[in-house]
Design a binder for this molecule. Structure first.
Ligand code: ADP
Ligand code: MG
Length: 368
């Protein structure tokens, strides 16, 4: 699609230069900031040993069966989490994918993040036959956010109980085929360049996270549908990752793409490959940034937003990527939602999850 490898690298280099980034991500920006209301970032307590000092008093076990890829298991199920959980009588047990699920357990919770229709059918069938088990989360709802169009549907219509901020999604349209002829539709729909082109489906591959920036209508022909074309929103180079675990919300700041000036919009044309942003982005906690850009979203606003999102999405374990429109008074855009994200990057995630499961266990016992 973009010619030879060499020309592709050149494109990446051009994008990097134009956007002021290093090809490897954002590490080279070299900005530092001390924020007063920062959430401590990962690293605090890292490597910290949790030892079994308290006598183990638990009589009832709460069993969390998990079906995770080995990568997810490694990042999420760290020794500190397992130790803290065990103290509360919470045990993590691997689900054997080679055996029928109903022959395993009994489980109180099934925690899963596996792709594919086959797994979706297994887990739906299991939930029907075992309504007493909490499946985190329903596969149909997870599937909805694997499509970048349905992912953001309904968000702009949320009725928030807090007015300290407002929420939007960037104007976007889907191109299913023939991106060359989409140019007229883009203009008709009133979308303004530059546009971020994102693969429509998120399927766990690196390709589904490879984004492009298209500066002009002619460059659209170079893109591979199915894609979503989304207006680029200037946000001062800072992104907020809002992690949700049930009722708990934690926010971390990440460095993101810098603003694109009007002058640049007028001068530049073509399509540019994004560097791998989501995985490579650095924490913004120590960067020297304009406080109006770096200030965290107001807490009551986030609480109201997440409350609505939990019910709209029907999910309990997710995160949202949110940006503040540059120069605005807390006008936010949600640009991405992920199911069961990399929680190891969320401050204090071990304790948050232990509390989450512990509360579930208590609710279950009360019901009984
Ligand atoms: N509409 C947009 N406006 C400005 N920046 C964006 C927009 N969409 C994405 N980005 C930038 O690209 C990054 C990756 O986009 P995202 O939609 O989160 O895809 P991914 O699935 O790769 O995480 C974001 O973290 C942000 O830096
Ligand atoms: Mg993202």
């Amino acid at each position: 699609m973009f010619g030879t490898l060499a020309s592709r690298e050149l494109e990446t280099a051009r994008l990097s230069r134009d956007l002021g980034l290093s090809c490897g991500g954002f590490e080279d920006l070299g900005m530092r900031m001390e924020g007063e209301n920062m959430v401590p970032h990962r690293g605090e307590g890292e490597g910290e040993q949790v030892t079994e000092t308290e006598p183990f008093q638990q009589t009832q076990r709460f069993v969390v069966g998990y079906a995770l890829t080995s990568k997810k298991k490694k990042s999420f199920l760290q020794p500190k989490l397992e130790t803290l959980a065990r103290r509360k009588g919470i045990y993590f047990v691997a689900i054997d994918l080679n055996r029928p699920l109903s022959e395993q357990g009994p489980f109180d919770v099934v925690l899963h993040k596996l792709l594919g229709k086959e797994w979706q059918d297994i887990i739906e069938d299991y939930q029907q036959n075992h309504p007493e088990v909490t499946v985190l989360d329903p596969p149909g709802e997870i599937q909805r956010i694997h499509n970048r169009q349905s992912m953001l549907q309904g968000l702009a219509d949320l009725n928030l109980s807090d007015c300290s901020g407002s929420i939007f999604v960037p104007k976007q349209m889907v191109v299913l085929k023939d991106s060359a002829s989409s140019a007229d539709k883009v203009v008709e729909a009133g979308l303004k360049f530059p546009l971020v082109a994102k693969p429509l489906w998120i399927d766990g591959t690196a390709k589904s996270h490879q984004l492009f920036l298209a500066y002009d209508r002619f460059s659209l022909a170079e893109l591979d549908p199915p894609i979503v074309l989304q207006e680029f929103v200037n946000h001062g180079g800072v992104l907020f990752k809002v992690f949700v675990v049930g009722d708990t919300i934690k926010v971390v700041r990440r460095l993101s793409l810098p603003n694109i000036s009007n002058c640049e919009k007028g001068k530049v044309d073509g399509v540019f490959k994004f560097p791998r942003v989501s995985s490579a982005a650095a924490s913004a906690d120590n960067a020297e940034l304009d406080p109006s850009v770096a200030e965290l979203p107001p807490k009551p606003f986030l609480e109201a937003l997440v409350k609505e999102l939990r019910s709209l999405l029907g999910l309990r374990l997710f995160n949202i990527d949110m940006i503040r429109e540059h120069g605005s008074n807390n006008v936010f855009y949600v640009i991405d939602i992920n199911y069961f994200p990399g929680y190891a990057k969320m401050p204090d995630y071990e304790q948050v999850f232990v509390d989450f499961f512990h509360n579930m266990a208590q609710d279950k016992r009360r019901c009984k």
